[in-house]
Design a protein around this ligand. Structure first.
Ligand code: DCP
Ligand code: MG
Length: 399
């Protein structure tokens, strides 16, 4: 099985791509506010009833896995819990059998989003060529930086630590495929640098499923074919792979096994619009539920304005969306004379839109959106001074 040739040597214009992934992200954020739990098995995945209760003497009482009843799953766990066999996506009741004394905490997405923004900003201040891959991971293209790789990566890790109090793991390699594998090799708090020449020793011995894009089903099929490691995949007969996986996936398998990946780091694309919507628990009627509706409507506008302000954008086209109980969707929008990120101005414009929809039927969903965005402070000047007529769209949606 090791008859295949080693991968091609590094090209003269080799790239330097980093993959950064936060360590036990949600759990580590929770430990920032409950530092006394450091070093203990902790599982994130509960509901608000599992929030710690502060006692009269100021100490906190935590929920334990052994008391859990329900069908929830583990969102993530500390490394101490993982050592007991508790991992993401496992049922909490099953986890409780393995680690009955482990502490259970509820998920708090707002907190994780906050720390996500902080760590990404800290990296962007040093190396702005970033591709967002989700709440706790990014790719960074370091090719244009003159600084030596180890020093640069160390500086990024320190900046993340200082901005958040959290540790991350970074893998640096000639492409995204290898960088992603690499960031996982020395977790937690890892820093792994890999060149094309290291593929044979560091990548080939790994199981094929370590390649991002080889999911559990493909991995199972590969195992059935006797192909367990990336090295075995690299040496596999192309015709056999074609037969079992189809031409395009088989060709991709052949390339990734050799560590080949040309995908660029795609930097963040600016948002085209910002929107918030809400589905009601029961049908609302414009006249009968006027007051409740008005409150919901105002809050949506405030959230849209908050999103704009956080992102540093202003917008001009305000629109609303309604879904009636028969699933008919109606939208209206209008363009303001000037750009805004103000909740009151958005609410007023959205109110104008609402007046133009016949509200004789109950509805289930209300959405507010703002488009024609510009970076605050860099708005295009000029344009029509008077309020423009609305754009009208109506569609049926079977969602
Ligand atoms: N997550 C989730 N559901 C999963 C896996 C993860 O909601 N099945 C969430 C919780 C994690 C976060 O996404 O904290 C990041 O996922 P990772 O796979 O990076 O896991 P961790 O950051 O928790 O741990 P690691 O140190 O292995 O990266
Ligand atoms: Mg992570």
């Amino acid at each position: 099985m090791s008859a295949s040739l080693p991968p091609p040597v590094e090209s003269p214009r080799a790239r330097r791509i980093a993959h950064l992934d936060m360590d036990a992200f949600y759990a580590s954020v929770e430990l920032l506010r409950y530092p006394e739990l450091r070093g203990q098995p902790v599982v994130i995945g509960g509901m608000s009833v599992h929030a710690p209760v502060t006692q009269e003497d100021g100490s906190r009482q935590y929920a334990r896995l052994r008391d859990y009843v329900g069908r929830g799953v583990v969102t993530t766990s500390t490394y101490e819990a993982r050592a007991l066999g508790v991992f993401s996506a496992m049922g909490i009741m099953k986890a409780a059998k393995l680690a009955p004394d482990a502490i259970l905490l509820p998920v708090d997405f707002d907190a994780y989003r906050h720390y996500s923004r902080l760590f990404k900003q800290a990296v962007a201040d040093i190396a702005p060529h970033i591709e967002n891959r989700g709440i706790d991971e990014i790719y960074i293209d370091l090719s244009e930086h003159a600084e030596e790789t180890l020093a640069l990566a160390t500086r990024i890790k320190t900046a993340v630590q200082q901005a958040t109090g959290l540790s991350c793991s970074i893998g640096i390699a000639p492409n995204k495929l290898l960088a992603k594998i690499c960031s996982d090799l020395e977790k937690p708090n890892g820093l792994t640098i890999l060149t094309q020449a290291d593929i044979v020793t560091r990548i080939w011995p790994l199981p094929a499923r370590k390649i991002n894009g080889i999911g559990p089903r493909a991995a199972e099929k590969l195992t059935a074919l006797g192909l367990n490691t990336i090295e075995e995949l690299a040496a596999a007969d192309a015709a056999v792979l074609h037969e079992h996986f189809g031409r395009s996936y088989a060709d991709w398998l052949g390339r990734v096994a050799q560590g080949i990946d040309e995908r660029p780091v795609v930097t963040y694309s600016e948002p085209k619009s910002v929107s918030r919507e809400t589905t009601f628990e029961s049908n609302l009627h414009a006249k009968r539920d006027r007051e409740a509706l008005s409150g919901i409507f105002t809050r949506l506008c405030e959230r849209v304005a908050g999103d704009l302000q956080r992102k540093g954008f202003v917008g001009r086209t305000v629109g609303i969306k309604l879904r009636f109980t028969d699933f008919r969707i109606v939208t209206r929008d209008l363009t303001l004379p000037t750009y805004t990120d103000d909740a009151v101005a958005i609410r007023q414009a959205a109110g104008e839109c609402l007046k133009r929809i016949p509200l004789d039927q109950p509805f289930r969903l209300l959405g507010v959106r703002i488009g024609t965005l510009a970076k605050k402070g860099a708005e295009p000047v000029g344009g029509p001074v008077v309020m423009q007529g609305e754009l009208f769209r109506e569609s049926a949606d079977s969602k």
